[in-house]
Design a protein around this ligand. Structure first.
Ligand code: BG6
Length: 482
């Protein structure tokens, strides 16, 4: 089955920070793949804007290199690349001054969608919004795209929201959480709300607990300076894991429209229990074959920032009270593996007599090998009585949809949603603030207590204490496997 590509309307996309790492690795290669898929209108314009002194020809060389390096298997032949490059322009710009703005205004056409991607440090968001306003670019056709980190606490997030709201309506602000653009994450909603099977069981009466794991093999790499000020809590939990939790826990929205979905997610965040410090395990990776230990990697021998976190989270509402959500994420773990697992309760009576504890387990794999598996209990084949075994009903997306199925990267999907004006997969300002309001006291508690993360072996499944976190509740983590 080949995915259906719906062309979007004509647009001018300005990438502030157009020569940065995100533009090079994600935004430009993503746009190229959409161009190859025939989704970009022939007249669409992409304008890189950054401090670097370069002309459009130089930028085209930069884009060509980015596409060759990160365009993926489907990078098409040079002829197509040339067609894509024709759409590229560049303006050297000063985000806080006057330089370059007149040239930028001249390149932007009045009668198309205007998207401004703020791929820059959050400290510049307010300045850029103000400059766009001064130059008459904050009209109804304009939207802005902003990246995480969206603040580092509630106060900063509020200030950013205020800065943007001074010139843009909420309907024009697209806060990216790239996890919402992942194919399987959207499938989570399709599975929940497109099938009769799951929703009636989707509550604390039938669900024993839920696990959300985002395990990475990479360390902090060259991002040590940023990461050490953030840690796994700010870098992953406050946004990506929180969004996953919301999609699993939310009530069915009345329709699949941006505010209906985001209203329901917000209610989940507001229903999260304050965290009990005993329900959190923090870790820092040790040196391993792949590189130095965390503290050496970030250049601070006394760093107390966590590269791993596991937590037991409660959602106090009618649907979920009593069903814990166990979240964990970390770097330098055994395998790159992101998975959401819904473990159903055991039967309250087995007609087959003494049997082991058989439970249905639904796993939604986000990466790699995207797919959904439902563990069901059946009779072990053969004579000799009724013995039960658990087998997986497996739906690997690659098998079910085929090699030519949709392999769209999260960023390219989200950028096209910006052009279409669809905010469903973007975070609303109040959601981000609510997530920080929950996160802030946890981080403040660590700081006040001088909490020191546990060291865990590089290439392992994380600190031993995380195993105990579940063992205390007579539960076990799913294996971290690729
Ligand atoms: C980013 C974090 O938001 O997500 C990184 O800042 C992390 O630290 C990355 O590695 C993980 O994204 P993905 O798509 O590779 O799972």
């Amino acid at each position: 089955m080949v995915s259906r590509v719906i062309p979007v309307e004509n647009f001018d996309l300005v990438i502030f920070g157009g020569t940065g790492d995100l533009a090079r690795r994600k935004i430009l290669p993503g746009l190229f793949r959409r161009f190859c898929a025939g989704q970009m209108p022939p007249e669409a314009r992409v304008i890189g804007a950054a401090r670097a002194d370069m002309d459009s020809a130089g930028y085209r060389d930069f884009v060509a290199e980015a596409v060759r390096e990160f365009g993926g298997d489907r990078a098409c032949e040079d002829g197509t690349l040339a067609g894509f490059l024709e759409r590229m322009h560049y303006v050297p710009i000063d985000a806080r001054g006057e330089n370059g703005w007149r040239e930028l205004v001249a390149l932007i056409r009045p009668d198309v969608v205007h998207a401004f991607y703020f791929s820059v440090a959050p400290g510049l968001f307010g300045d850029l919004a103000e400059r766009l306003n001064v130059h008459g670019l904050t009209n109804d056709a304009s939207r802005i795209v902003v990246e995480k980190p969206f603040g580092r606490d509630l106060e900063k997030a509020r200030a950013l929201n205020r800065d943007l709201a001074a010139y843009f309506d909420e309907s024009q602000i697209y806060r990216i959480d790239h996890y919402l653009g992942k194919e399987t994450v959207q499938n989570l909603m399709a599975v929940r709300f497109g099938n009769m099977l799951f929703e009636p069981l989707w509550n604390s009466q039938y669900v024993d607990h839920i696990q959300i794991t985002v395990a990475e093999t990479v360390g902090v790499g060259g991002r040590g300076e940023y990461y050490d000020k953030s840690g796994a809590m700010r870098d992953m939990v406050q946004n990506h894991l929180m969004q996953l939790l919301c999609l699993i826990a939310m009530e069915p929205p009345s329709k699949f429209d941006p505010d209906a979905v985001r209203d329901e997610k917000l209610k989940v965040i507001r229903a999260l229990d304050p965290m009990d410090p005993h329900h959190i395990v923090r870790g820092q990776y040790d040196a391993g074959d792949d590189g130095p230990d965390y503290r050496t990697a970030v250049g601070d021998p006394r760093s107390r920032t966590e590269s791993y976190i596991a937590m037991k989270v409660g959602v106090s509402n009618w649907r979920w009270v009593g069903t814990p959500f166990y979240l964990r994420t970390g770097k330098r773990l055994k395998a790159r593996s992101s998975e959401i697992t819904v473990v159903f309760k055991a039967l309250n009576h087995s007609i087959f007599g003494e049997q082991e504890d058989h439970r249905n387990v639904l796993s939604i794999r986000l990466q790699p090998n995207e797919g959904i598996t439902l563990g069901v209990t059946i009779k072990e084949p053969g004579p000799g009585g009724m013995r039960l075994i658990d087998v997986p009903l497996d739906m690997s997306f690659a098998d079910a949809i085929g090699e030519n199925g949709d392999q769209t990267d999260a960023y390219e999907r989200l950028i096209m949603d910006v052009i279409r004006g669809n905010q469903t997969l973007f975070m609303r300002g109040d959601e981000v603030e609510a997530a920080w309001a929950w996160t802030d006291p946890i981080i403040q508690g660590w700081e006040a207590r001088g909490d020191v993360p546990k060291v865990y072996e590089s290439g392992s499944e994380g600190p031993v204490d995380a195993v105990q976190l579940l063992a205390r509740d007579t539960r076990v983590w799913r294996k971290v496997a690729p």
